[in-house]
Design a protein around this ligand. Structure first.
Ligand code: ARG
Length: 510
């Protein structure tokens, strides 16, 4: 799934909702006490004489955002109707009429010709009412052996499953971009930091590949969530199941689920699939935010490690020299929304008795918005990773500053002079003190000065004090030696090239 598709999945969040509109009027029950003017609900209003107040309608309606579920709702209804016909619960002719009607409604929605009605509350009743309007009683038979409770749980699982597939593809694409840049910079050195203090030299490629590992685990978490999500609530009906002879295995299989949910109460009342998804997104967003923070730091002029092009920077309205990394800053900031979505849904769910409660209608916006933010962030980081130009000379120069090869000196004292490491650490510390006093680096000390601290030191020590020697020596598994980094980058590229090509071909055939 492309970025455009996933970003379009929650396309209509703003339409149909007055919330957040600038200048929205404060609401008053003086007007709202009067009924909204609509009659009783056409879908469930049998025992109602009057319609809801305007405030009731406004707080109740979810069509402003859940219209994003329309594709999933139609898919679920097609599967349900086919099952009802196959089991003899409805006539084959009714199923045919339902199928034709739903396909035409899908066409209307896709073309923007469908009129959504807030009086019909949500996407489920909007589509069902339109179907009955078009095909009459056959349409009114669709909701046999079904409730909006199992319907919405099914639609929402399908939506989250599609979203996982889209974000997974984007994460794979970002991993590939990072791996390619890592291969390009497998031997280019930069300072490695702890506490944001220069620690030991590393290669830029190694640093980029650290994020590839994080993203691989993010994809693993999404895949785990998808596996547990993939059970079908349809057929749980309102909460207790149904007396009709339905075939839940048939609908589950038709919708690509592994099996039906085992317990009807659980099927309609849990949203842990959405919470797991949001948890995975919150961790993913945290990773993207850390990389975004590094991009911001690297392109600040005191660092000057990288430069972003015009495509991923903005100017200042007052300071003509400015080139601001807004996309990285906004990616960093969007983490707040995504984490917020997780906390919002956890809070909605935590006090609800079984089974369904209307509170659960509040599950969708956090998920839609977090998906949108994660998708946009992945795309922005991918763009910046492909776009950035590394100032390798600057990085290399700074890689050697801050006595970054002090550990290499201590290791030499251990390896060659057989000093215990703790003793070598002390000797090196004193040499660092001397170098600092002379305003030079370790390689700038002369041999006599070294020997004043430890008489057995020989000129051979200077061979380990360069940045290049330092990184080349880190050949331990997972270490920063350029050979290791090149090998790891090539392995990721081979794996991801195949995966991304697979995704493209399945997208094209879909
Ligand atoms: N719009 C509702 C939701 O999103 C659909 C389920 C309504 N069920 C009910 N019993 N009122 O949760």
């Amino acid at each position: 799934m492309t970025v455009g598709v996933i970003r379009g999945m929650a396309m209509s969040l703003e339409e149909g909702s007055s919330q957040g509109k600038p200048g929205a009027k404060p609401r008053s029950n003086v007007q709202a006490d009067a009924q909204s003017g609509v009659g009783a609900n056409t879908q469930w209003g049998g025992r109602f004489a009057g319609g809801p107040s305007a405030i009731m309608q406004e707080i109740n309606a979810s069509i402003g955002f859940d219209r994003a579920l329309w594709r999933q709702d139609i898919r679920g209804s097609l599967a349900h109707a086919a099952m009802l016909a196959r089991t003899g619960i409805i006539e084959a002719a009714d199923e045919q009429a339902i199928r034709g009607g739903l396909e035409r409604i899908a066409g209307e929605i896709a073309a923007g010709r469908f009129t959504f009605d807030a009086a019909l509350e949500d996407i489920h009743m909007n589509i069902e009412a339109r179907l009955s309007e078009r095909i009459g009683d056959a349409g009114r038979r669709l909701h046999t052996a079904r409730s909006r409770n199992d319907q919405v749980a099914t639609d929402f699982r399908l939506w989250v499953r599609d979203a996982i597939d889209g974000l997974d593809a984007q994460a794979a694409a970002l991993m590939l971009s990072l791996s390619r840049r890592a291969l390009e910079h497998a031997a280019d050195t930069m300072p490695g930091f702890t506490h944001l203090q220069t620690a030991q030299p590393v290669t830029f490629g190694h640093h980029l590949l650290a994020y590839v590992e994080m993203l691989a685990r993010d994809r693993g978490r999404l895949a785990d969530a998808r596996r547990r999500l993939n059970e079908c609530p349809l057929g749980a009906a309102a909460l207790a199941g149904t007396s009709f002879p339905i075939d839940r295995r048939m609908t589950a299989a038709a919708l690509g689920f592994d099996r039906p949910c085992a317990n009807s109460l659980d099927a309609v009342s849990d949203r842990d699939f959405a919470l797991e998804y949001l948890s995975a997104l919150a961790i993913l967003a945290m990773h993207l935010s850390r990389l975004a923070e590094e991009i911001v730091t690297w392109c600040s002029s005191p660092f000057g490690f990288i430069r972003l092009s015009d495509a991923f920077t903005t100017g200042s309205s007052i300071m003509p020299q400015k080139r601001n990394p807004d996309a990285a800053e906004l990616t960093r900031a969007k983490t707040g929304r995504i984490t917020g979505a997780l906390v919002a849904l956890l809070t909605v769910m935590k006090g609800l008795p079984l089974a369904y409660a209307k509170d659960m209608q509040e599950d969708k916006e956090p998920v839609f918005q977090a998906t949108e933010s994660a998708s946009l962030s992945l795309a922005a980081i991918d763009g910046m990773v492909r776009d950035l130009a590394a100032d390798t000379a600057r990085m290399q120069a700074l890689a050697g500053s801050g006595f970054s090869t002090a550990t290499d000196l201590a290791d030499w004292l251990v390896r060659v002079l057989k000093l215990p490491f703790r003793t070598a650490h002390h000797v090196t510390g004193r040499l660092v003190g001397r170098a600092a006093a002379n305003a030079t680096d370790l390689a700038g000390l002369d041999l006599a000065e070294m020997q004043a601290e430890e008489p057995r030191i020989t000129a051979d020590v200077f061979s380990v004090l360069t940045v290049a020697a330092s990184v080349a020596s880190r050949t331990s598994e997972g270490g920063t030696a350029p050979n290791n980094v090149g090998r790891a980058a090539r392995a990721w590229i081979a794996q991801l090239d195949a995966a991304v090509a697979d995704q493209r071909s399945s997208e094209n055939s879909a």
